[in-house]
Design a protein around this ligand. Structure first.
Ligand code: G6P
Length: 607
């Protein structure tokens, strides 16, 4: 998705903008640009394509020359990727320049109105409407103009604005799209993602919806939508800069796979004290006992974490648990009330549909709990309580360590809730705590499967489609495995619950069709094995992920991938590892852009 970075200070701005945009590349984009006050006018450089094109056009950041500017990476929504549609967009006079993340939903009406007033448009973007509108309303006062603009824009936006009459000020405003102000010494920043400015400062103000920030070299002022001054709390971000660098790995995706033991340890360890799960969320045992229903809503891999957690919560709590895609939940008139716990899972904390689902749940009186990675993100701030996953920055568009830490956080939550409801015995509680504590070490051992999966990838990489089957938690993990393979290697891949095979998908199995069976659960091992035999009889080439103590199935499977045995309810944490490697190695062999797959974005902040 789009990225914003802006700077005001004493240093040459263009290299800082290019550097910041480089840190946002991982989010996915199709064009990039900068606007800089060059002492005389606002100079814009922008181009379709990778940041390297912009770097070339600006001679590596030598020009435009100035000490205040805004930059953008665009992921097209309104208007195809092109030089003209790239941001910054300017007003007709060129005296106002705007970068924008999000979608202006009433752009068409505004555009028609401005055209009727004689304004001429050059791009197809909704963003140009903001630049033209700002100029149209401009009355010499930046704040007054910004409040007027906020009053009429509908939709989602994070905006960075420069105006030639005020060459010392960046205007930043937002609604439903992330934006923060970075505070330095004698210099200040704006960014849609803290990764863009982490190198320069860790002190930030998170701008809230409909707030307007005036950012100057000497300081930052924040106002509400009516122009009243707001006191903001300066927050310190303690993410490690190194964590956002590749550190010798060829790809962030591989680096982040290998970081999983540590990330999961960071999520689990501080929350187990003397054999007890202690979570920092304000959820009393009494609150927990009140719930008669749980909903989980999320998107993408976070939704698949939800599918695994759904099995776990129902099993341990005996409370009806529904797992729903956030994009469906928000429009389905969900049966949610004061006795419902709604869990929103999101790495970024900014996914538009997940955020809307959260609001929907809140409006119906539910207790909302967010499982989030990015501290200070919109979902984290809006939910009644947040359980952070402490995975550190995840740069690869396709998730690995965020997925694993989300699972771990939900295991802890489920154990705590089951204990509060007395739906498990003390012995089972102690057993589950030990099982969760063992996970980081087991994940570390599971990583040892890398080379074996690499060999499998060499056999399967030219396959047109790959099937994944499993049951219960094993099924949940196949959903993630199939998604990873699609995302990274553009291979058609589908996950089916083992029992569903005969209801259609088996008709697609022919000689050599690759089928990955995940069968770590002892209880349903034989059931899935029957499904394996059914596809084997139709010529499928089988690989199976099993527990290390599972019996030999070499007559059925060509490739047996053994992962450490663990508590069956937590098995997704281990069986996902070979699936991540499979996607990685198949994508490598196919020469795909692993960290930034085509058309995908890290954080989907528009609906
Ligand atoms: C995108 C990412 C996925 C992620 C999903 C939900 O599709 O590529 O990796 O699972 O968004 O994002 P969230 O930030 O809400 O977890």
């Amino acid at each position: 998705m789009c990225g914003i970075v802006g700077y005001v200070g004493s240093r040459p701005v263009t290299p800082i903008l290019l550097d910041g945009l480089g840190k946002l590349e991982y989010r996915g984009y199709d064009s990039a640009g900068v606007a800089v006050w060059n002492g005389d006018r606002i100079e814009v450089e922008k181009a379709k394509g990778r940041l390297s094109v912009l770097r070339e056009n600006t001679c590596g950041g030598v020009h435009p020359v100035g000490c205040i500017g805004i930059g953008h990476t665009r992921w097209a929504t309104h208007g195809k990727p092109s030089d003209i549609n790239s941001h910054p967009q300017t007003s007709g006079t060129g005296r106002t320049a705007v970068v924008h993340n999000g979608i202006i939903e009433n752009y068409y009406e505004l555009r028609q109105y401005l055209i009727s007033q004689g304004v001429q448009f050059v791009s197809d973007t909704d963003t140009e409407v903001v630049a033209q509108l700002f100029e149209y309303y401009y009355n010499g006062d930046l704040l007054a103009t910004a409040t007027r603009v906020v009053g009429v824009l509908e939709g989602s936006y994070a905006l960075g604005i420069l105006n030639a009459d005020h060459p010392d000020t960046m205007v930043a405003l937002r609604r439903d799209a992330p934006l923060l102000v970075g505070v330095g010494e004698g210099e200040n920043f704006i960014a849609s993602d803290v990764a863009a400015i982490l190198k320069y400062t860790r002190d930030v103000y998170y701008i809230d919806d409909k707030e307007i920030a005036l950012v100057r070299k000497q300081g930052v002022e924040v106002y509400d939508q009516y122009g009243r001054k707001v006191d903001k709390e300066l927050r310190h971000v303690d993410w490690d800069v190194q964590a956002a660098e590749k550190g010798g790995y060829e790809h962030f995706f591989l680096k982040e796979i290998m970081e999983q033991p540590e990330a999961v340890r960071a999520t689990i360890s501080p929350r187990i004290k003397n054999g007890r799960v202690e979570l920092e969320i304000p959820l009393s045992d009494e609150d927990i006992r009140k719930f008669d229903k749980i909903y989980i809503a999320a998107c993408g891999s976070a939704y698949y974490v939800g599918v695994a957690a759904g099995y776990l919560l129902e099993e341990l709590l005996r409370v009806p648990t529904t797992v729903q895609l956030a994009s469906e939940f928000r429009y389905q008139n969900p049966i949610v009330d004061e006795k419902t716990l709604v869990i929103i899972i999101s790495q970024s904390g900014e996914t538009a549909d997940s955020r809307a689902a959260l609001r929907e749940a809140k409006s119906r009186g539910a207790t909302t709990l967010a499982v989030v990675n990015v501290v200070g993100s919109s979902i984290a701030r809006e939910a009644d309580m947040s359980l952070y996953t402490w995975a550190g920055p995840e740069i690869s568009v396709a998730t690995t360590k965020a997925y694993s830490t989300q699972l771990a956080a939900l295991y802890l939550l489920a154990i705590k809730m089951a204990d509060a409801r007395r739906s498990i015995t003390d012995e089972r509680y102690a057993e589950l705590v030990r099982a969760v504590e063992a996970l980081p070490t087991l994940i570390e051992r599971a990583l040892g499967i890398k080379e074996q999966v690499q060999q499998l990838a060499a056999k399967w990489f030219s396959a047109e489609h790959v099937f994944f089957i499993g049951r219960n938690t094993d099924y949940a993990v196949t959903l993630e495995g199939a998604l990873k393979l699609k995302e990274l290697s553009y291979t058609m891949s589908e996950a089916y619950a083992g029992g569903e095979l005969k209801h259609g998908p088996i008709s697609l199995i022919e000689d050599g069709t690759p089928v990955m069976a995940v069968m770590t659960g002892a209880r349903l091992f034989d059931k899935t094995l029957s499904n394996v035999k059914e596809v084997l009889a139709r010529g499928a080439s089988i690989a199976a992920i099993v527990g290390e103590s599972a019996r030999d199935i070499s007559t059925e499977a060509d490739c047996i991938l053994r992962v450490p045995d663990c508590e069956p309810l937590f098995s997704a944490s281990l069986s996902v590892i070979p699936l991540q490697f499979l996607a990685y190695y198949i994508a490598s062999l196919k020469g795909c852009d692993i960290d930034k797959p085509r058309n995908l974005a890290k954080s989907v902040t528009v609906e």
